[in-house]
Design a protein around this ligand. Structure first.
Ligand code: SF4
Ligand code: SF4
Length: 361
């Protein structure tokens, strides 16, 4: 972990702790005000609670040219990104993705797409829909480990995080509180309720919150689509292709549309936002991740629209190559932020619960 980033964030947190003007802005400030001094773990936790809404920056009387040079969104963003690299497992690849995310993402999509084109030579004698191009067994053999291994890597990273922030035994109530907070995304309201500042100078809107919600709920619907297809296949012996009024399609089509809209909106906001209020060095890696997620949903929808046509023979490898790249890069790309946020919100729920139980002296 880079000590200079922690030191700078600690300096700013100490000023905020004395000032207290932004008291009700977000989860960061109540957590900050509970401490008298900040350990490295405290700064790590504050950084992962911050959702970079930028509300505190525009409210602050101590930003440059003031000698305090406060820029809390940037200081916390830089610590946060450094955390994700430090706790990622195996360590090292996350830093590479930050530097060359677009090249790595595009290279992997291309390479995997070509491999899936070649894999169509092993197509089964018979099969319907996508399974006429690639056997179900081959897809499961590739995607089951590609899904489970990154999850194992994320679990190791979260364990590292939990130890660093001094987390105790995890309580179900705290996890539930974290899910409720993430579902509402109330930390993206900008403190004053006007939303985040990502578009133009000091203009606040709810665009970022809504694009995040579209992305999150679109992703969850796509996951529900894949899960329901698996249940239909193994539990009821009902194999793809599925009709429009089947569960996989009822979840998948709106999910894909929401995911496309959400990621396109987030990519647009990133081009408008002031990079100096985030972590400018990882801008490329973040954009690569958003574009990758957009490609997953866009190729999925195109593939569905092309069902039964000759275009499936090249759209299917491109979609599978994109999904495989997304799975494998999940622990090292911006996708990891969702898991760390959940851990930080769970820790915050634990801190609130235990401080409420502490006897008043
Ligand atoms: S960001 Fe500025 S105004 Fe807000 S609490 Fe910190 S020092 Fe005070
Ligand atoms: S940028 Fe927003 S979320 Fe982050 S500390 Fe400031 S007010 Fe809180």
């Amino acid at each position: 972990m880079q000590t200079d980033l922690i030191r700078e964030a600690r300096r700013q947190a100490e000023i905020c702790n004395a000032c207290r003007y932004c008291e009700g802005y977000c989860s960061v400030f109540p957590a900050l005000h509970r401490e008298r001094a900040f350990s490295d773990g405290d700064i790590t936790q504050l950084a992962n609670l911050c959702h970079n809404c930028r509300g505190c920056y525009y409210a602050c009387q101590y930003t440059e040219p003031h000698e305090f040079a406060l820029n809390l969104p940037k200081a916390l963003a830089e610590v946060r990104h450094d955390n994700w690299k430090t706790y990622a497992w195996p360590n090292g690849f996350a830093g590479l993705f930050d530097k060359s995310g677009v090249a790595i993402g595009a290279g992997l999509v291309l390479a995997f797409s070509i491999l899936f084109v070649l894999a169509q030579a092993l197509r089964p004698e018979s099969g319907e829909g996508f399974y006429a191009h690639m056997s179900h067994g081959l897809m499961v053999a590739i995607f089951a480990p590609a899904f489970l291994l990154p999850l194992a890597a994320i679990a190791v990273a979260l364990r590292n995080y939990w130890r660093a922030v001094g987390g105790g035994r995890v309580a179900m109530g705290d996890i539930w509180a974290a899910f409720a907070s993430a579902g509402r995304m109330n930390n993206l309201a900008g403190g004053h309720g006007d939303g985040c500042n990502f578009e133009d100078e000091d203009r606040f809107t709810h665009a970022r919150r809504h694009f995040h919600q579209a992305t999150l709920y679109g992703f969850l619907l796509c996951f529900a689509s894949t899960s329901s297809g698996t249940v239909l296949h193994y539990g009821f012996g009902i194999e793809a292709p599925y009709g429009l009024f089947s569960l996989p399609k009822l979840f998948g089509v709106p999910g894909g549309i929401l995911l496309c809209l959400g990621t396109a909106g987030l990519a647009w906001l990133k081009t408008q936002a002031d990079r100096n209020l985030g972590a400018p060095k990882v801008w490329g890696g973040e954009m690569a991740f958003v574009l990758l997620l957009f490609s997953v949903s866009a190729t999925g929808l195109l593939l569905y629209a092309a069902t039964g046509s000759a275009a499936v023979s090249w759209l299917l490898p491109v979609h599978l190559g994109t999904v495989l790249t997304f799975f494998l890069l999940t622990p090292y790309s911006k996708m990891a932020h969702g898991f760390f946020r959940m851990a930080a919100l769970t820790k915050e729920a634990e801190a609130k619960r235990t401080s409420a139980l502490r006897p008043v002296s």
